[in-house]
Design a protein around this ligand. Structure first.
Ligand code: SF4
Ligand code: SF4
Length: 744
């Protein structure tokens, strides 16, 4: 005789348990809808406090310059005492004036990073650093003004961060700054222009964000005030390649693009002024529209195959010794009706009709006043000069740039109306003439590169876990195999993911993400912590499939630590207290209350919230491995002790992250734990085994409480342990399990 035990989903219709479960589901859904609304309102509040702005007045900065070592560094750099000038109007920075040469202009600038590069940290708000650079782009000093990075607020404390920023003193913004993580960047790595800073163990991601904040802010000031162009974002500039010299004639120079030109007819220029006051004001242009208005020539002289061929050997050698450095120099000449300069031009100054633009940054070129600029190969030029880029402009001669020519037209005699138009000669450097150094990877990509080994190992572990959860029968049917696998995986989670790779997720990441999004800064800061990002991504995906249980049951290092403490407690025969369901259900509201209070506090009083998140013992137990002040140690060990008696005490009654994941777990699409008719009616075997009280008396699974230990799955698949199947087997009946569509 054969008996079919129809397996079903616990919310299946048509049975007593199914109806009960449906009613429970409806009630839960109503409760959830209120919870979601409350949570959404709280998150809305949270979004209100994300403004970021500088916090120091001029007097504050002056005070700091008197009080701090920055004054020493700054004074040393400038050779005299400094005073702080009035705040600039175009950018939020203060000029630093030398007391010895007050009329010589600023010798440096001081500014708050939050005004110029407000990059959110892990807590969601940008850190703020006071940065001072001198007029050559050298860092005078960097000081931490404000930061909420969880690892530096508590945990390691602020000292390692303050020590880290001291390394900027004396380094230049033009240098490539790399952060050593101990594994990824070795000292001496990179070229001569590379400096390697010591990172801070356990805080690499926060340190990278700090570095981006300092460099980003300094670059804005350097561009606005020191004439820096794109270097710093795009890496070191290209340099002229050392090629065998070729004697080239003028045609070849033009054909190869070594000399580039732009020819404008009178008609072209008339068209440019169409619709303006300047239209029709040039009689000659109207009479001879096809004739040449101006032809402009540009050549990059630093490349010998251009410079020597164009100027001649002797003149080019003379130019090289005149420039004395590698700053780019261009030959610019014109012929036609409109010369590059008029008679009022002062040799050695910047030609007012010409500007170089690379990226968005305009650079004033300066005449080198070389008489050999008038090259014999071009006899009919009306102007020719050798123009050099200012020493600190930082343009990249290997990248395209625009030579912008201004044309003025005046209408009227007494009070002429002047109209100005500009045209660009797009200069594209011939690539064969340049050595292009490799572009440095973006800071966040360096973080990924530096942690590749950890990512691969954790990625492989996540794949293994996914396989086990998709096909749980293979491992769970054998209780010993399941126990060994689970303990091994939890050991990996605690030791490798938590203590070694610093992959403990925390409620701070959720509040931080919301604050970052609300402030419009996006979630870029997460890119700096690839291990956490991998775990977050996996957790989000598994929320949809299995609910919060995958993270809490397998991937939370503190959760794993509690498991081991529970195991140890059993080994030394401590009693396990199983709280009555009613009491345990009431206590479980504690974690939701804590989550709500945290969210409101984060919205109303962010500084207090930073302290309140210490309710999570993660930082103490995992991030800094119990190396903290006594109160934190007492809290963390107290919680573990409570967990020794009441299984997963912190998880079940206090953890705000668990509560937040529980809300996210409502998105779970499948009820993946298999149930049969007899579950709960009358069989209570799984319920008795479930240490998390996640199985209701009626047999239904409370997925909010389930920690995915797979014990009940093993029983379900093991006819020797599943009581109804045992009973039927003892009666000599053959048992067939027909899994429902909702289960594995
Ligand atoms: S409830 Fe909290 S401590 Fe427990 S496993 Fe989940 S996240 Fe970790
Ligand atoms: S025994 Fe409990 S915690 Fe474990 S998988 Fe089953 S319902 Fe979840």
């Amino acid at each position: 005789m054969s008996v079919d035990l129809d397996s079903k989903n616990q919310t299946g219709a048509g049975t007593g348990i199914g109806r009960r479960a449906q009613m429970q589901a409806m009630a839960a859904s109503r409760a959830m809808s209120y919870t979601s609304k409350l949570f959404a309102a709280l998150l809305g509040l949270l979004a209100c406090f994300c403004a970021s702005a500088g916090e120091l007045s001029k007097a504050d900065i002056e005070q700091r310059f008197q009080d701090r070592a920055v004054r020493v560094g700054a004074a040393r750099a400038s050779g005299s005492a400094l005073r702080v000038g009035e705040k600039l109007r175009d950018i939020p920075a203060w000029p630093l004036i030398s007391e010895l040469t007050p009329d010589a202009g600023p010798v440096g600038y001081v500014f708050e990073s939050i005004d110029l590069a407000p990059i959110p940290g892990f807590e969601g708000t940008p850190m703020n650093l006071l940065v001072a650079i001198d007029s050559s782009g050298k860092f005078m000093d960097v000081e931490v003004l404000r930061q909420h990075e969880p690892v530096f607020v508590g945990g390691l404390g602020p000292v390692p961060f303050a020590e880290f920023v001291k390394q900027y003193q004396g380094k230049n913004i033009r240098q490539e700054i790399r952060i050593s993580t101990g594994q990824s960047v070795q000292r001496g790595a990179g070229g001569a222009n590379t400096v390697v800073f010591d990172g801070v163990t356990k805080a690499t991601a926060s340190i990278r964000i700090a570095n981006q904040s300092v460099l980003g802010a300094a670059l804005v000031v350097a561009r606005a005030r020191l004439g820096f162009a794109s270097q710093g974002e795009g890496g070191p500039p290209a340099s002229a390649k050392k090629l065998p010299f070729e004697r080239l004639d003028l045609d070849t120079l033009v054909r190869r693009g070594y000399v580039q030109r732009l020819a404008l007819s009178n008609a072209d220029v008339e068209k440019l002024f169409a619709g303006t006051d300047g239209a029709g004001s040039d009689a000659e242009a109207l009479q001879k529209p096809k004739e040449l208005f101006a032809e402009i020539f540009v050549a990059y002289l630093n490349a010998p195959n251009i410079g020597r061929n164009l100027l001649g050997d002797e003149a080019w050698a003379s130019l090289q010794s005149h420039l004395q450095d590698d700053r780019p120099a261009f030959w610019v000449a014109t012929r036609g009706r409109y010369p590059l300069v008029d008679e009022s031009f002062v040799p050695g100054s910047s030609p007012p009709r010409l500007e170089l633009v690379q990226g968005e940054l305009p650079v004033q070129l300066r005449d080198t006043n070389r008489d050999y600029a008038r090259v014999p190969a071009f006899p009919d030029l009306n102007a020719a000069m050798i123009l050099a880029v200012p020493p600190l402009a930082g343009i990249d001669p290997g990248q395209a740039m625009n030579f912008r020519i201004s044309i003025n037209r005046a209408r009227g005699e007494m009070f002429p109306v002047v109209t100005q138009k500009q045209l660009d000669l797009r200069y594209v450097p011939p690539p064969e003439l340049f050595d292009y150094p490799p572009k440095p990877l973006p800071e966040w990509l360096q973080a990924w590169q530096g942690r590749l080994t950890e990512l691969v190992i954790i990625g492989a572990a996540l794949l293994l876990l996914t396989g086990v959860l998709l096909w749980p029968r293979a491992i769970s049917a054998n209780p010993r195999a399941l126990f060994l696998f689970r303990m091994a995986f939890l050991g990996f989670t605690l030791i490798f993911v938590g203590w070694y790779a610093q992959g403990q997720l925390s409620i701070v990441q959720i509040t931080g993400a919301i604050k970052s999004l609300a402030s419009g800064a996006g979630l870029k800061s997460f890119l700096y912590d690839p291990v956490s990002l991998l775990l977050i991504a996996f957790t989000l995906i598994t929320l949809l499939i299995w609910g919060r249980a995958t993270f809490c049951g397998w991937l939370c290092p503190f959760g794993a630590l509690q498991e081991f403490v529970g195991l140890l407690a059993r080994a030394i025969r401590l009693p396990r207290l199983r709280l009555p369901s009613r009491l345990s259900g009431r206590l479980a509201y504690g974690r939701h209350a804590i989550l709500a209070v945290l969210a409101v506090t984060a919205a109303m009083a962010p500084d207090a919230a930073v302290k309140m998140v210490e309710i999570e013992p993660f930082k103490t137990a995992i991030t800094v491995g119990f190396q903290r002040e006594l109160p934190f140690l007492l809290w963390a060990t107290g919680l573990l002790l409570a967990g020794a008696f009441v299984y997963k005490f912190f998880c079940r009654f206090l953890c705000p992250l668990g509560a937040a994941l529980m809300i996210g777990g409502k998105l779970r699409r499948w009820n993946w734990l298999p149930r049969i008719e007899a579950c709960g009616q009358p069989c209570q075997r799984c319920r008795a085994v479930c240490l998390y009280d996640a199985i209701e008396p009626g047999g239904a699974i409370d997925y909010d409480e389930c920690f995915q230990c797979l014990d009940c799955v093993g029983i379900y698949h093991d006819a020797a342990r599943c009581v109804p199947k045992l009973v039927l087997a003892s009666k000599g009946k053959t048992i067939t399990i027909r899994p429902s569509k909702m289960t594995h």
